[in-house]
Design a protein around this ligand. Structure first.
Ligand code: NDP
Ligand code: 2IT
Length: 444
């Protein structure tokens, strides 16, 4: 059996009931096959792949908190410190009822390669909880965040592990967690990113994942002699990534006609009104039905369905495995040219393959959503030098990083004879740097 097949089989056997983790590992290792095979004996002897797929360390802890009725609630918290070969662990925290260890491990594993692609010195990690912030009062969210950080603060720090936001974790949650960290540890340091602008946050971090997604998509079109100007775009999600993806797509002359949340979706042929969407989702924390109620041109539909709307570009920005094989077939039938992932692993392996086999340009999240964590790393830099950069300066750096990522992944794919396979290019380019650093640091 080849080394790659051996390690995939071991991961499935040793991590039972973690299908998302199996999926993430399989996707990466399958596409690394030519790189591994070129150096198989040395990698096998060093157990490089076994070390890569096993987190350096993982924490699981109880998070008790008191709700507004005086009832004690208990959630589970996680932090997986996956790989520190190229820098301190870096990656978001997800608060969503679907969170379990397998989800956090898949996200932490992907983060290793994504962070490597940014070109910045950050290792891979991820954390979160099965806490559901939906419908909770601000006081309940604060109580949960304080309890979560009371335990997490033992394991993190500006030079060891720097969490940030993800699904269900935005500025409000980061603020509460930063306050509790400072209170317990007595340290005013850049231990979290995505902070408010009055206490060490970076300009552009809020917009960064969505903006970065559009910067790389624009570069992809440019490289093929085209641009986003005049293109029709479908977006899923209506959270942090989706909102700023829609905003930047409009700035680049495209028209975004859909968005979605966990209960339904919007088709707005006149183009999504970003200010209204921000009001509904960021301020009122309400359902998309409120968007439709305030916007005569918009239709609201229950369930899922954005991928059936004809488009030139599809940007999945909600959650994992939200774009299935049937959706991919529909996109191809409708003449979609490009799919670039804003979310982490939103496209199933079968759907990805179908899109690629049918000539759709496909950029996976490790490359296309790396703008968020890259800007987090820029926030860390600003915190270290105790300075703040202007919006224009951070935005220009972000754009430059995304353009570089595009060319690095395109070149890596070409080097291995797979021109246009940006998934393979991203996995290879991300892996090469981490593998070299791990090898140079000896067996650890
Ligand atoms: P948010 O919590 O801000 O928004 C998530 C959006 O997706 C919401 O509209 C939510 O619906 C919807 N959603 C979440 N879970 C589901 C589900 N199970 N089924 C259907 N819809 C769902 O999160 P973000 O925008 O920050 O994250 C979106 C994706 O982008 C995630 O995959 C995340 O890992 C990834 N990502 C985020 C980065 C960041 O900087 N924030 C960076 C890189 C990647 P509802 O409004 O009903 O909750
Ligand atoms: O998936 C991701 O890259 C994020 N949620 C952002 C992580 C970060 O540290 O900014």
């Amino acid at each position: 059996m080849s080394y790659v097949d051996e390690v995939i089989a071991k991961v499935i056997e040793q991590n039972p009931a973690e299908p998302e983790f199996h999926q993430a590992v399989t996707e990466v290792l399958e596409s690394l096959r030519p790189v591994i095979e070129a150096n198989e004996d040395a990698y096998r002897k060093d157990a490089l792949l076994e070390r890569l797929v096993n987190p350096e360390r993982q924490f699981k802890f109880r998070v008790p908190w008191v709700d507004d009725n005086g009832q004690v609630q208990v959630n589970t918290g996680y932090r997986v410190q996956f790989n520190s070969a190229i820098g301190p662990y870096k990656g978001g925290l997800r608060f969503h009822p679907s969170v379990n260890l397998g989800i956090i491990k898949f996200l932490g594993f992907e983060q290793i390669f994504k962070n490597s692609l940014t070109g910045l010195p950050i290792g891979g990690g991820k954390g979160g909880s099965d806490f559901d912030p939906k419908g909770k009062s601000d006081r309940e969210v604060m109580a949960f965040c304080q309890s979560f950080m009371t335990e997490l603060c033992k394991y993190i720090g500006a030079d060891t592990d720097v969490p940030a936001g993800d699904i269900g974790v935005g500025g409000r949650e980061i603020g509460y967690m930063f306050g509790q960290y400072k209170r317990i540890r007595g340290l005013y340091e850049g231990v979290l990113t995505g902070k408010g602008l009055t206490f060490g946050g970076s300009l552009v971090r809020t917009e960064a994942t969505g903006y970065g997604l559009l910067y790389i998509t624009e570069e992809l079109f440019k490289d093929h002699g085209d641009s986003l100007n005049g293109k029709t775009v479908v977006v899923s999600g209506a959270g942090n990534v989706a909102i700023y993806a829609i905003q930047k797509a409009h700035q680049l002359g495209a028209k975004v006609v859909t968005c979605s949340d966990s209960t339904g979706w919007i088709y707005d042929p006149e183009g999504i009104d970003v200010e209204l969407l921000k009001e509904v989702k960021e301020v009122k924390r309400a359902r998309l039905t409120e968007y439709a109620a305030a916007r005569p041109s918009a239709e609201y539909h229950e369930g899922r369905g954005v991928w059936q709307i004809p488009c030139d570009v599809a940007l999945p920005c909600a959650t994992q495995n939200e774009l299935h094989l049937d959706d991919a077939k529909q996109l191809v039938a409708n003449g979609c040219k490009a799919v670039c992932e804003g979310a982490n692993m939103p496209t199933t392996i079968e759907a990805t393959k179908y899109l690629q086999d049918n000539g759709v340009w496909f950029i996976g999240g490790k490359a296309s959503n790396a703008g968020g964590v890259a800007t987090s790393a820029l926030e860390m830099s600003q915190n270290s030098e105790r300075l703040s950069w202007s919006f224009e300066e951070v935005d220009a750096k972000l754009k430059n990083i995304m353009v570089n990522i595009y060319h690095n992944i395109a070149d890596a794919a070409k080097r291995y004879g797979c021109e246009g396979d940006y998934v393979m290019g991203a996995n290879i380019a991300g892996f090469e740097k981490v593998a070299e650093a791990m090898t140079a640091q000896g067996i650890c």
